[in-house]
Design a protein around this ligand. Structure first.
Ligand code: 2HG
Ligand code: ZN
Length: 428
């Protein structure tokens, strides 16, 4: 248990510096039963609790805003043996994504979801936010990987199972309810996760286009490849900032408006099949021939987040639109953001844009406009980061009154006293 404000600061501030709260205390239990005891005691004293994993969240959903008890799950880092017959593994909520992937690799397997925050993000938080990341086009988000969840209710009772049955037709999907629940229903203590084959060969290329619609057309063509794993978009303005921040050379001698980073993974080298796809709109292509070149291509994309942070405290809006409407959305956003520095990038195959704005003098208006634009195109106000406190007030854009009534009823059923993560997902 930590109480020194200087020590607690690392738990009460988010990674961007936008959300700075305070905690009555930080509790770091070592296992599920200690989590249950902590919750039971907090219940007795009527103390609200904010669960936290690796504190890599970007929507203010994992930091205490009003002096709650901060429940850190990072010590729940046990990994069970890989069940190769079922291709599943049990992981404590505090297992870091990179540790999970290393553990799976020792058995010739891998975990499907990969995100840039892999060294710090924990699987409990990734399940709680239904994290997506860089390989969703092939294997889906966290929801698709979850075979079981164990969690503790606000009153200290333990629910869920880690048996990982692939077939179970016995009513409500309790584990599924916790995926994307953002710590508002129960505290996830362990998960059973599906694993995938670890492919030996990867081919990575950076393609340049004149516009987003050409990049979308390229994705349609590339989808004919069963090995296609990633299709990530960024733009020239963002690339220039990344190159300056990292002090690296740009990928091409001339600048292009749009870049698409594509990766294929297979048992046999997928480079030839990647090269065989006709991409009429492509203006330039850089293919990584070795691991160093592959890492460099990924740096252009993955260093966007740290580059944006280096400019100031960013406004971050993770939104999604149907991919066929991605170009329309991009145009609308560029027209709407008239102050500050706009940096757009994301996961184009899912129409998932990360709208980052630094130094704007009208953040509230930008937030409202961007979220409304996504909703108006049949999209979502959060594709993979969650709603948190950042977007709770805008949930009405994509959830009807009847659906929000259901949200409130579900919250009451799991957490009658409203002790878990108050203000997150469902506004206070
Ligand atoms: C990514 O795709 C993450 O790199 C972070 O989701 C996005 O920084 C962001 O806005
Ligand atoms: Zn992302």
């Amino acid at each position: 248990m930590l109480t020194d404000p200087a020590v607690c600061a690392g738990f009460t501030t988010d990674w961007t510096g936008r959300y700075r709260g305070s905690a009555a205390l930080v509790v770091r239990p070592a296992d599920r039963d200690q989590v249950a005891e902590v919750l039971a005691v907090c219940g007795e004293f009527g103390a609200a609790v904010v669960p936290q994993g690796g504190n890599t969240g970007l929507v203010g959903g994992g930091v205490p805003h009003n002096g709650e008890v901060l429940l850190s799950l990072t010590r729940l880092s046990a990994l069970g043996p890989v069940d190769s017959a079922a291709r599943q593994v049990n992981a404590g909520a505090g297992v870091r994504l990179s540790a999970l992937r290393e553990h799976a690799a020792a058995s010739g397997l891998d975990f499907a979801v990969d995100i840039a925050a892999r060294e710090s993000a924990t699987v409990g938080g990734m399940v709680a936010t239904n994290a997506g990341g860089l390989r969703v086009l092939r294997w889906g988000s966290m929801r698709e990987q979850v075979a079981g969840v164990e969690a503790v209710l606000a009153d200290g009772r333990v629910v869920g199972s880690l048996c990982g049955l692939d077939k179970d037709s016995t009513g409500y999907d309790l584990a599924g309810s916790l995926v994307g629940s953002e710590g508002t229903l129960a505290v996830i203590t362990a998960v059973r996760l599906r694993l995938i084959p670890a492919f030996a060969r990867r081919a990575t290329a950076l393609l340049a286009f004149g516009g987003t619609s050409d990049a979308v057309a390229a994705i349609s063509a590339l989808r004919s490849l069963p090995s296609l794993t990633s299709a990530e978009v960024f733009y020239d303005d963002g690339l220039r900032l990344v190159c300056a921040h990292r002090d690296i050379a740009p990928p091409f001698p001339v600048a292009h408006p749009v870049y698409l980073l594509v990766e294929c993974a297979a048992d046999d080298d997928p480079i030839e099949e990647l090269g065989s796809v006709e991409l009429p709109g492509a203006l330039d292509t850089a293919i990584a021939v070795d691991e160093t070149a592959r890492r460099t291509l990924w740096t252009y994309r993955e260093a966007h987040t740290e580059t944006v942070n280096s400019l100031g405290t960013p406004l971050k809006l993770d939104v999604g639109v149907p991919v066929a409407r991605a170009a329309e959305f991009e145009r609308a956003i560029r027209a709407a953001v008239t102050s500050g520095t706009l940096v757009l990038f994301g996961h184009l195959a899912e129409g998932n844009f990360h709208v980052n704005v630094v130094g704007a003098d009208d953040e509230e208006r930008i937030t409202d406009t961007v979220l409304r634009a996504a909703a108006a195109l049949g999209g979502t106000i959060s594709a993979e980061h969650g709603v948190g406190v950042a977007k709770a007030a805008w949930l009405n854009l994509t959830r009807s009154p009847a659906e929000r009534d259901l949200y409130a009823a579900i919250k009451r059923a799991w957490d009658p006293a409203g002790a878990l993560n108050p203000g997150v997902l469902i506004p206070r």
